[in-house]
Design a protein around this ligand. Structure first.
Ligand code: ATP
Length: 288
């Protein structure tokens, strides 16, 4: 079975508090974008086998796709764990765009079908939640509020009629280190969460753009961020903000021509520049 699984951006990412468990309680507004990994899952071989065309991705039990397969088999009490998982990577790695979570979600979705397990989307989200904060959202996709450790998802009005430019500077950010840096901040400027909830529930693009924000920008240093943001604004972006724990910066444009020009300018400097649109699904089945 072959599926496409979408990257995400955070229209808002605020951190409410650090939990005793070490996790953080989050407030996130998530948006799927039309940048996809392709994941093929087939029965065969004698164990969980991972294959990936990106050398930065571990092809072993550390892969999120592997962990999701194992968790699925444990949950369903399946002993025959012979599957081949092939990941064609397009989503940048360690970028704040949920690349690993997208692959994990794709595996949960595919195994549920292949083994005719009949698990609900909710149950798949529960299995995935402990393995990656963005896995539940990657299963649901579209535009959604995500709370807790990413395990509570509430879909809202889909974002429409805009272009999204992503730029990943040549820097990898480790999510655990980003949280550790956040925890050392003496003061945090929190975001207008209530305003954003109103904006997304009304599908008010203009208001969403004025409220986009990410508290990780206060903690994670990305030297290229000011330049990328100011370039996006110069080309007419309605908003520019970092996604996840970074370093990817995104720009929202209601004017498609301006977006195209901005994309062409930025990709001259940054190899990992993408032009996307909002996606209304996390996972899309492909014909084999
Ligand atoms: P998020 O936005 O969910 O925090 P991210 O973009 O910051 O995700 P990922 O691309 O998911 O980060 O990967 C983080 C690390 O996880 C990588 O450094 C990589 O070694 C490891 N990893 C494990 N499995 C995968 C996978 N399937 N795809 C990408 N990275 C993976």
């Amino acid at each position: 079975m072959k599926v496409k699984s979408a990257a995400k951006i955070n229209l808002m990412l605020d951190i409410l508090k650090r939990l005793d468990s070490g996790y953080h309680s989050l407030f996130m507004i998530m948006q799927s974008v039309s940048l996809y990994d392709t994941v093929t899952v087939e029965r065969g071989g004698d164990k969980i086998l991972i294959e990936c065309d990106d050398e930065n991705v571990p092809c072993n039990e550390k892969n999120i796709a592997y962990k999701c397969a194992e968790a699925f088999f444990d949950f369903c009490k399946i002993d025959d764990r012979a599957v081949r998982i092939k990941i064609e990577k397009n989503i940048p790695v360690a970028a704040g765009t949920a690349g690993g979570s997208a692959d994990g979600a794709a595996v949960l979705y595919s195994l549920n079908k292949i083994y005719s397990a009949g698990l609900s989307q909710n149950t798949l989200c529960e299995i995935g939640a402990g393995l990656g904060a963005d896995i539940p959202f990657s299963l649901v996709g579209g535009t959604a509020v995500s709370l807790g450790i990413g395990d509570i998802i509430a879909p809202v009005k889909p974002l429409k009629n805009c272009r999204i430019i992503l730029v990943k500077p040549d820097q990898a950010v480790s999510t655990p280190i980003a949280y550790a840096q956040y925890d050392t901040l003496p003061r945090v400027r929190h975001l207008d969460r209530v305003g954003m909830l109103e904006a997304v529930s009304q599908g008010d693009y203009k208001k969403i753009c004025t409220l986009c924000g990410n508290v990780f920008e206060q903690a994670v240093e990305v030297p290229e961020r000011p330049y990328i943001k100011s370039t996006m604004h110069r080309f007419g972006a309605d908003a520019a903000c970092m996604s996840g724990s970074g370093p990817t910066v995104y720009g929202l444009f209601s004017d498609y021509e301006k977006a195209q020009k901005c994309y062409e300018a930025l990709r001259k400097t940054y190899n990992n520049t993408y032009i996307c649109e909002p996606a209304d699904k996390g996972i899309i089945e492909l014909m084999d």
